[in-house]
Design a binder for this molecule. Structure first.
Ligand code: ATP
Ligand code: MG
Length: 584
């Protein structure tokens, strides 16, 4: 393959696009890989298309290698299967819905569990047919609330989605592990630094679920890691270890105090210490119980339910964690205090909630026998010694408090959590029978009895991966593509007119040997501009044909390491056959 920059459909930009905040977005636009076409929608230009094709081929290779078979569904789908599974309602505003000319409801596919389950049911009936894994590489549509950062969160994006169908749990485990290893090979081949974290199973239900998070400050996912035992989890999935319950008999009595002007936990703690509440001067935020009222509305529900959440006062409610546990219900902060006069804003305590018929869920640290400083449900008053199990009985626990650097590891005894940011590039789940139950997908067993099929689903965002690779592989001058997916293997830069002829000849030879060659044959462009563009575009190798060409030498530059070496023109092909070095 030979691309000539004199005719290539490409304009590189010196300036960053105004709407680009993250490196991948900035560089992919500046280097002419993508152009914004719509909110959350991008056009891939020739170099971007080549890169996307190579990424797609690499992913397809690894899917075929684990025995998955490629299919291709329409993106425009009828509503009925999604109504049957319940996701038509669950998705709420997150999908694109449309109506055809006959008035029939449709959607643009966000993923295809329903369709693939129906397809398998359509063709397979015997236990002998299983296991089977199908995958597709397809444009997906999601009506994202906040499309952002170029390819990182689009409303239209390319995904590889696969679905495994097995007769039993052991088979599902095997399919899951096969995908897990395939994903590791894919991300390793792309040179991505990533962590596999325990994930929330979310809307899909099911059991085991992990995400592949590529490390990047631009990532929207926060995850935690433990340096001692290697535990890693998405912040949404972190479980809080509960302390042992305490004896109710030895619990202190409840006492109510006037606590004027204490609108915040900090002012409350100061006052408690100044006034020696309950004869103590060692009050801290962690002794207080903060009660936050929210409204929870399941999709399709006529009304929202009021829910109060209690967390130790040193903590904030993490809305992302809360939304993840309550998904698919929508969560909003409760504002309508007038409708519940028994709830005193700013002085809310759990003592009255059961009587008021309000559901109360607590952080797992709020166990039986723990005593709290909390609202007394009267304006300007708080109570000490409000004891869980005696003065209030929660309706259950909820993981809604923020997770902090240094929190104890839920998986080992001594570890402390540290917090990192990443981009979710892949997600694998054991769905179980969530969809096969909806569509009654059974295989006829050897004894004639039906066996309900168990399913896994595995997503990988190919266009997002392109941005994730750019996030991890760039420097101040531009992109640095790994050799495994770079649109071209080598970028030839003749510095002036006298070197052009030799460059054209070399380009021809290299492309005949099967290399992907980009030749900068633009007339009237200075060597400086050509160098800058070569660094911006990010092909792994740059061959400069400059002054030393007269002596039969060219310069070979490694984009990743910056190494430069003079090579005889006759030896260039041999040098390019060597593997690309990685940066130290
Ligand atoms: P996120 O939490 O980032 O919204 P998700 O959990 O909704 O993602 P999945 O349903 O697991 O995503 O989709 C599988 C994969 O598709 C993700 O791991 C990600 O790589 C990719 N993906 C999901 N949403 C988008 C998007 N809006 N733009 C680009 N890629 C996406
Ligand atoms: Mg996910």
């Amino acid at each position: 393959m030979l691309l000539r920059m004199s005719s290539l459909f490409l304009r590189t930009l010196r300036e960053d696009p105004a709407d680009a905040e993250v490196p991948s977005h900035r560089l992919l636009v500046r280097a002419g890989y993508i152009r914004r076409a719509a909110p959350g929608g991008y056009t891939f230009l020739p170099l971007g298309t080549l890169l996307l094709d190579r990424l797609t081929a690499l992913v397809r290779d690894e899917m075929l290698a684990i025995g998955a078979q490629q299919v291709h569904f329409p993106a425009l789908l009828p509503a009925e299967p999604y109504q049957t599974s319940g996701r038509w309602t669950e998705y709420g505003d997150d999908i694109f819905r449309l109506t055809d000319r006959r008035g029939a409801a449709h959607l643009l596919g966000p993923t295809h569990e329903e369709m693939v389950t129906l397809l398998v049911k359509d063709l397979y009936s015997s236990y002998r047919d299983y296991p089977v894994t199908l995958f597709q590489i397809q444009t997906k549509y999601r009506n994202e609330a906040r499309p952002r950062a170029g390819l990182l969160r689009g409303r239209e994006f390319l995904m590889k989605d696969s679905y495994s169908f097995d007769l039993d749990a052991a088979g599902l485990d095997e399919s899951y592990v096969a995908h897990r290893s395939a994903y590791q090979r894919i991300f390793d081949r792309l040179g991505l630094t990533y962590t596999i974290v325990t994930a929330m199973s979310g809307a899909m239900g099911g059991s085991r679920s992990e995400e592949f998070l590529a490390e990047a400050p631009a990532g929207e996912d926060t995850y935690v890691g433990c340096g001692v035992c290697g535990y890693a989890a998405n912040t949404e999935a972190v479980t809080t270890p509960a302390p042992p319950a305490r004896d109710l008999k030895s619990a202190e009595p409840m006492q109510v105090y006037d606590t004027p002007d204490t609108p915040t936990i900090e002012t409350l703690v100061d006052l408690a210490n100044d006034r020696r509440l309950a004869d103590r001067t060692d009050w801290t935020a962690a002794d207080t119980l903060k009660n936050v009222a929210v409204e929870v509305r399941p999709p399709g529900a006529p009304e929202a339910e009021l829910l109060v959440i209690g967390v130790p006062g040193g903590r904030e409610i993490d809305m992302k964690r809360l939304e993840a546990v309550l998904h698919p219900a929508a969560v909003t902060v409760f504002e309508d205090w007038d409708s519940h006069p028994e709830l005193v804003r700013g002085y809310l305590g759990p003592q009255i909630l059961a009587k008021a018929g309000v559901r109360y869920l607590v952080d797992p640290r709020v166990v039986t026998g723990t005593a709290w400083l909390t609202g007394a449900n009267e304006h300007g008053r708080h109570a000490t010694g409000v004891v869980c199990g005696r003065d209030f009985v929660p309706d259950g626990t909820i993981e809604a408090a923020d997770v902090r650097e240094g929190d104890p590891c839920p998986a080992c005894e001594h570890g402390r959590l540290d917090i990192r940011r990443g981009i979710e590039v892949g997600h694998i789940f054991q769905l179980g029978r969530r969809f096969t139950d909806s569509f009654e997908l059974d295989a006829l067993g050897p004894d004639g009895a039906p066996i309900r099929i168990t399913m896994g689903c595995y997503g990988l965002g190919i266009s997002r991966v392109m941005a994730a690779v750019a996030e991890q592989h760039h420097d101040e001058s531009g992109l640095v593509w790994p050799a495994t997916v770079a649109p071209c293997d080598v970028h030839l830069v003749p510095t002036g007119q006298p070197q052009l002829e030799a460059a054209v000849e070399l380009a021809g030879q290299l492309s005949e040997r099967g290399l992907r060659v980009l030749l900068d044959d633009r007339p009237g462009v200075s060597a400086g501009v050509k160098f800058a563009d070569a660094e911006l575009l990010g092909m792994p190798r740059i061959v400069v044909l400059g002054r030393r060409l007269a002596d039969g030498y060219v310069e070979l530059r490694e984009r990743a390491t910056g190494e430069r070496e003079d090579v005889r023109l006759a030896d260039v092909a041999g040098a390019l056959a060597q593997p690309v070095p990685h940066p130290a």
